[in-house]
Write a protein that binds this ligand. Structure first.
Ligand code: SAH
Length: 345
């Protein structure tokens, strides 16, 4: 028996719970606008109109992993590799704090150059600028996660990418879904705010597996959920996909808002890559966070996870100015707080 969309949405907005068949139903139907409206309503009620900006610093594109979908994979000989020196990273973070960002996100490939000590020092120095620090540097040991936390890191982003074991193993050679889940458990255990998420539109991914991904993210439960459409990179061995998964990624994001109404949800850069207004649309379908790029222009274009990345020629200053204007254009404003989960203002 298929339930009608109204009864599913009513259940979601009153209980924040849906079972797998209900999630699947929402993923399959065409009436996306109703789902987006419900997500926008819950976003407004639970986290308000303010948008949290996080300055993203992409400090190294070296990676020891070989994920089939990612342009940073170690097997990609065409990419120009770069890594910033600790002091350069700290300087970029200082600049971002001067532009009034309250959170600095440090992202990279899995680059062993940054030893636990080096990384901890970078975090410790950046914390002096009175900002929250989020790390997005991949799979580490419990001891490494603990050291970063002790150095002052507040949050950690590690997307599960997909919870379909067969697909995960195929796409991430030498890695395992089990270990990625374990990493997320460590991160949670250590008191970080946990960010995770998935890509939508991976070759071989099913709607059924996306429904399971959603249930997994809720079971953690995450404090932040980032959902991005998969974008084909020609210098990777993955198959090219037909079509554009912007709308489905938006829907997955909206369903997560229905199930976890007070978490932080970014309007992702990959969404804007597939749609020129992608981030503003996402902000009106459940998202409350944007992560503008604060990497120096000279390096930005080489951090090519996927092609067509937006704003690669723009300076960190310009990106800040541009996003502020866009946000004002939809009558929302920028939060002044650090924007931790459950303390939004
Ligand atoms: N090394 C870090 C950061 C990875 S890059 C880590 O493992 O967490 C951040 C995210 O980019 C990845 O988690 C993945 O979800 C996304 N990504 C990678 N390749 C992509 C592609 N081709 N299209 C869209 N998103 C991609």
């Amino acid at each position: 028996m298929t339930k009608c969309i109204y009864s599913i949405l009513n259940k979601a907005i009153s209980t924040y719970n849906l079972d797998k068949s209900e999630i699947l139903h929402l993923l399959k139907i065409d009436e996306n606008t109703k789902i987006f409206e419900a997500a926008d309503k819950l976003r407004k009620e639970h986290v308000g109109n303010k948008i949290h900006l996080r300055a993203l610093i992409e400090f190294s594109n070296y990676c020891k992993q070989n994920c089939l979908y990612c342009g940073l994979r170690r097997g990609n000989a065409k990419i120009t590799r770069y890594r910033l020196q600790p002091q350069e990273i700290i300087n970029l973070a200082k600049k971002a704090a001067e532009y009034n960002y309250k959170t600095i996100v440090l992202q990279s490939g899995e680059d062993s150059y940054y030893t636990t000590n080096r990384m901890s020092k970078i975090i410790f120095e950046i914390k002096k600028f009175n900002v929250a620090v989020t790390l997005s540097i991949g799979e580490k040991t419990f001891e490494e996660y603990r050291a970063y936390r002790e150095a002052g890191a507040d949050r950690y982003l590690l997307r599960i990418e997909t919870t379909d074991k067969v697909l995960y193993d195929k796409l991430n050679p030498g890695m395992s879904l089990k270990n990625r889940m374990r990493c997320l458990e460590y991160i949670k255990m250590l008191g970080y705010e946990v960010g995770s998420g998935i890509m939508v539109g991976l070759p071989g991914q099913t709607i059924e597996s996306i429904a399971k991904d959603i249930i997994y993210l809720k079971s953690i439960p995450v404090d932040m959920a980032g959902i991005g459409p998969f974008i084909y990179h020609p210098d990777t061995p993955i198959e090219k996909i037909e079509g554009n998964y912007f709308e489905l990624a938006l829907k997955v994001m909206a369903i997560l808002r229905l199930l976890m109404p007070d978490i932080n949800i970014p309007a992702t850069t990959a969404m804007e890559t597939l749609n020129p207004n992608g981030r503003l649309i996402a902000l009106q379908c459940g998202a409350n966070v944007v992560m503008p790029n604060a990497t120096e222009t000279a390096y930005k274009k080489h951090y090519e996870i996927y092609p067509g990345k937006i704003c690669i020629a723009s300076s960190p200053k310009h990106c800040r100015f541009c996003i502020e204007n866009k946000i004002r254009s939809i009558n929302r404003n920028i939060a002044e707080s650090e924007g931790h989960h459950k303390s939004n203002s």
